[in-house]
Write a protein that binds this ligand. Sequence first.
Ligand SMILES: [Zn+2]
Length: 284
Amino acid sequence: MHRVALGDFELTAVSDGIYRLDGGGLFGVVPKTLWERKVKADGNNLVPVGLNSVVVRTGSKTVLIETGIGNKLSEKMITRYGQPAKLLENLSAAGMAPEDIDIVINTHLHFDHCGWNTVRQGETVVATFPRAKYYVQEGEWRHAHENQRDAISYLAENYDPLLESGQMMLLRGDAEIVPGIAVGVFPGHTRDMQAVLVRSREQTACYISDLIPTSAHLDLNWVMSYDLFPLQTIESRKRYYAQALPQKWLTMFTHDPTLPWACLAKDRKGKLVVSEQEAASGSN
Ligand SMILES: [Zn+2]
């Protein structure tokens, strides 16, 4: 388990497991001869992809960022992606039950980011985290119903039952969720994807989600094929690095299979690199 203190807060990385995606989807126009130096593909060109959620304990609130793939995929989707469904057991191993979660933040509503928002209970679908309020951008929820290029990535049962029950709040732009935890919109992957900023005692961590999905995607131009607005991804990354590098933010990676967070820096040639791994900041 990966755990680290951030000021007065505590961050715990909890994984929903590893699934597999096509390497071309993950690295877009980057030639395989380049990305394969960082990530090995199998015989079907699939590469391992992490599903990293993060729990922030502020002292008064327990906040879960992102909920993985969940356990409601169709047989067809399970054949394509697998369904590791490890989040609840990893939460339990970290000493937390679903009832302990006060707030869930979804950066966007693709199925691999909000799957454990809900579970099936007989004929109905209910909140996995019964006491929690859930937060996402209103524009993202609208896009999920627009039936556009990425429609295959949206499963309404991950969020619509929560709107019906009154548990999901739709945000319009940047917002503070609780003291020390805020969301900020970084367009590119989708138009309304939000990052989660966690701040305590001058230290900042940011769950930047699919804007920089793994530590192999630090280069401005290594943009995923899935991104709806790739040029905006590059602009949003520039805006992110302009704050995160000088202020030494801890960047949390949604899809890195081994590294849930790291501090970033530029090396002598100006190339973006991982500067401090989590070990340096006291996790186990
Ligand atoms: Zn996504």
